[in-house]
Design a protein around this ligand. Structure first.
Ligand SMILES: Cc1ncc(COP(=O)(O)O)c(C=O)c1O
Length: 227
C-alpha cells in the first residue's frame, strides 16, 4: 500500500497525490469495503490521531465503529461541505481549530470518490486538497468504493428536479409521491436518501443502458400522467 495514498483497492488511485511518491505499492485483498477503509486508515494513524472526513462519508455514517476499532481509537472528525465534498478551507479549519493535547491530532484526510451524493472531485480539487494535506502533514486516503463510477456519467432528461449535479453513478431526484408509488408498482427498486429527502437511483456495475432508458421512460410517463 502506498503510504501517502491508501485506497480501498490498495493501489495508488490518484496520480495527482502520488506524483512525488516513489515507493512501490502493494495490493491486499480484504473481505469488504469497510475492512478496506478501516485497515487503510489504521495503517495511517496512531490511536491519538484523527481522520478528517465529510459528514456524509460512509466511514462515519455507515461503518459502525470499525475505523475507530481497527485504529485502536483514532477519531473521525466529520465536516460539512457543499455537494458532499471536503475543501482545503474546511480541512484547514479542522487542523487549526485546536492544538492542545486533548484534541486528537488530525493525521489523515479521507475522500470518497465518487462522493456519497454522486458528485465527483475534479482533478484540480484533488490537487488542491492534496497540497493542503501536504502543507499540514496529513496523509490522504481515498474510499474508492465507487471509483470506477467517478469516470462515468449518467444521462438525465426526466425534467424532474435533481438535488445534486449528476456526475457519477447516482441520481438524487425529488419525485411527486404518485410518481414514486407508480415506479414502485412497476417494480423499480430505489430508496429515499436520508440526508436530502429525495429518491436515490444508482447504477450497478451490470446496469445496462437499456435499463436506464426504461426507467427514464417510466418516470416521464408517470410524471406526465400525474402532472
Ligand atoms: C463509499 C463506500 N465506502 C465503503 C463501503 C463499504 O463497503 P462494504 O459494504 O463492502 O463494507 C460502501 C458500501 O456501500 C460505500 O458506499
Amino acid at each position: 500500500m502506498c503510504a501517502r495514498m491508501a485506497t480501498t483497492s490498495g493501489r495508488c488511485a490518484s496520480p495527482i497525490a502520488c506524483a512525488s511518491c516513489s515507493r512501490p505499492t502493494a495490493t491486499y485483498f480484504v473481505f469488504n469495503g469497510t475492512a478496506a477503509n478501516s485497515l487503510a486508515l489504521a495503517a495511517l494513524c496512531q490511536p491519538y490521531h484523527s481522520v478528517i472526513c465529510h459528514q456524509l462519508a460512509h466511514v462515519d455514517t455507515d461503518e459502525c465503529g470499525a475505523p475507530q476499532f481497527f485504529s485502536n481509537g483514532a477519531k473521525l472528525l466529520a465536516v460539512a461541505g457543499e455537494q458532499g465534498k471536503l475543501t482545503p478551507a474546511s480541512i484547514v479549519e479542522v487542523v487549526t481549530r485546536r492544538t492542545d493535547i486533548h484534541y486528537p491530532k488530525p493525521k489523515v484526510v479521507t475522500l470518497t470518490q465518487a462522493t456519497e451524493v454522486g458528485t465527483v472531485y475534479r482533478p484540480d480539487e484533488l490537487r488542491a486538497i492534496a497540497n493542503t494535506a501536504r502543507e499540514h502533514g496529513l496523509r490522504v486516503h481515498m474510499d474508492g468504493a465507487r471509483f470506477a463510477n467517478a469516470v462515468a456519467g449518467l444521462a438525465q432528461g426526466t425534467g424532474l428536479p435533481t438535488l445534486f449535479p449528476v456526475q457519477a453513478n447516482g441520481v438524487f431526484v425529488h419525485l411527486p409521491s404518485r410518481v414514486e408509488d407508480g415506479l414502485r408498482e412497476r417494480g423499480w427498486l430505489f430508496y429515499n436518501f436520508i440526508a436530502a429527502g429525495g429518491a436515490r437511483f444508482m447504477c450497478g456495475w451490470d446496469t445496462a443502458p437499456e435499463t436506464v432508458d426504461r426507467l427514464l421512460a417510466d418516470i416521464r410517463e408517470l410524471a406526465a400522467e400525474f402532472a
